[in-house]
Design a protein around this ligand. Sequence first.
Ligand SMILES: [Zn+2]
Length: 345
Amino acid sequence: MKTLLVASALTLVGSCATLSHKEKLQNVKDSIVFDEIATIKTYANTITSEELSTHVYRFSSDEFEGRRAGEVGHHKASNYIKEYYISQDIGSPLGANNYYQLIPESYFSDDIKSSQNVVAYIKGEVYPDEVLIISAHSDHEGFTEEAIYNGADDNGSGTAAVLEMAQAFKIAKDQGYAPKRSIMFVHFTGEEINLTGSRFYAKHPIFSLEDTVANLNIDMIGRVDDVHEDNPNYVYIIGADRLSTELHYISEAANDNFTNLELDYRLNSNNDPNQYYTRSDHYNFAQEGVPVIFYFNGTHDDYHEPTDTADKLNYPLLQKRTQLIFSTAWYIANSDKRLEVDLAY
Ligand SMILES: [Zn+2]
């Protein structure tokens, strides 16, 4: 009995080894099936351009003074995020009303003062110890004597997307569709200062990085770059296929089923001169072996200028891109099997 089992296992391994690269990819692709399409659509549809726009206008208003990490404006912005989670009855993994992961001044370079990542979460019902992280940085460039850097696209757009997804997952949970895995929503500080908030997080994770199944990170998804002027129905996908073949195909299947955007991979190339894969918070997870996707609209004339204001965003597009990320997250959080890390074939 035992011997036979070993023999058949060996046969299996042998036959797998003969699969071509293309066949392996096809097998992974075929293994991804979205159940509950109508259910996912119901909750994706609670993410609306109106609510996204309300968040972006407020979050990028002068009230928050350009949200420089460690400054008063950023503390106020952090409080806005925290108050939103409290209003939606979404808790924190750090305990009651403790939504701040504090980062001491000593951790920052230059003269940046202490600051905080803001965290909230929805506990998984089947695999509560496994966590999917959905993130966006909350800080920006602050202000000068001449102008406030409102940072509406960078990263009011990502912040609004995370808040709206959290609300959608909470509504689903309240109606009997709690996620199988935990989902943590993280608003990193100090992204504009060498990715400091996410670097701190990777050294002081709230859930161990071994239990972190993926990081979906959003940094600028409210605008259209020059390349897509004539076809704004797109988003750049960066990093999805670097560590997990499965993640890449989940993202594609989510798009096929729900959003039909053009998923543009040109900035994902290893040879991309801009190396965007290394340039936002997800990279601190990727370096630890956690599969990531970085969602991005590309740069524009207002990038890191005081003219990055809320009136210039395309809100229906922001809605669609957020719904893509939501449906991808839904699959990762609810699939029977944890996302596989194969370091991409
Ligand atoms: Zn940014």
